[in-house]
Design a protein around this ligand. Sequence first.
Ligand SMILES: [Zn+2]
Length: 440
Amino acid sequence: MTSLLITNGHLATLDDANNFVENGSVFIDGDQIVAVGDLDTDSCATDRRIDAGGKLVMPGLINAHHHLYSTFARGFTPPGPPARNFEQNLKNLWWKLDAALDSEDVYYSALLALMDAARAGCTTVIDHHASPSCCDGSLDQVERAFRDVGLSGCLCYEVSDRNKDGEGIEENERYIRKCRDSSDKQMSALFGLHASMTLGDKTLQRCAAAAESLGAGFHVHVAEDQIDVQTTMERHGKNVMERFADFGIPGSKTIFVHGTCLSRAEMDLLHSTDSILVNNPESNMNNGLGVSPILEMLEHGVTVGVGTDGISSHLISQARAMYLHQRAEHRDPTLAFAEACEILLRNNSGICNRLFDEPRGALAAGQLADVVIHDYVPFTPLNAETFYGHLMFGVGFSRVATTIARGRVVVEDGQLPDLDEAAIRARCAERAPGIWARIN
Ligand SMILES: [Zn+2]
């Protein structure tokens, strides 16, 4: 076990007391935080010291919904006329890209995106994966990238009937068992589903039975666009959440993603089943979709988280987009600011604490040692009252100096010391033309 002492930091503990400590220290032993605050650092025996130089030190950020497989879409435009709606966007781009990936592409997609995540101060990613040409074993390739970068991950494979009935069920079962039977806690698993509109009753029944026998929650898109709502109503005569409830999909370990077109009754269902709803504002804006009724969901008592949906690996920009999105929608400059910050900093860690055995999201003894030093020295008062303003208008635009994930320094002075970044980028540049050719 290696120990590490961070000194001279401006700590945002984000623990229950929400303490802000100037010239504070964080002592890490192995993969756990053991002491935080005004420590006697001179007498502290440690393998390594990092002087934070008065910079902001806070817990690692969490991404509650990502698609690491989307990385090689960077700069790609599908042939033919531009997609006019959500369904065309899926068919023209995403369902061709995921089919074009081989198992090594899956690894490199995840690797590049996780390197970006680490550099943006993110230490845990909840991913939703698809690669139909190499489905079996693909989650092991994603896991390999997590282990190489050093971040924690919760993985799933998105089952749908779009290529063949029930594709991905066995991969979910295999990977959930693998995580369940492992003593290592870095990775966890959910049962992945694409969306109601691509899942027939037979497949949904098989998934529900498999997940129940494994004690797993689900990770599924819900009412991202009206097409999901309409298709479900036409084929099954009910709304999307009602249909999912019939199969026992909701629950405290189930993540529903988007919920752009949910009714109030469906919000009540999310609340009564203690389910999770993850908003991805930049993705919704990019796709020209509706604005998720996040404030209404909070009023209904729903646990709301925030993710990137593959559009980037940068979390603070998502919280920013979330409150701006709500203010623009409601034409009200008083809305959603604190809510967006709390969703990012409090709710996302609460969600992880349902899905992982190790507690995270605060600088406190007993927490997982996910700690980020932002290259940000405040020039106005930084405390519990002012922190969100610093987060949204300053920290989000500064670079990360140091990211410590599970007690390991994975980013140092903005670089990843354990990885040969130039070689990795060169390998990806070699692979990209082949992937693009297969999409076309
Ligand atoms: Zn998604």
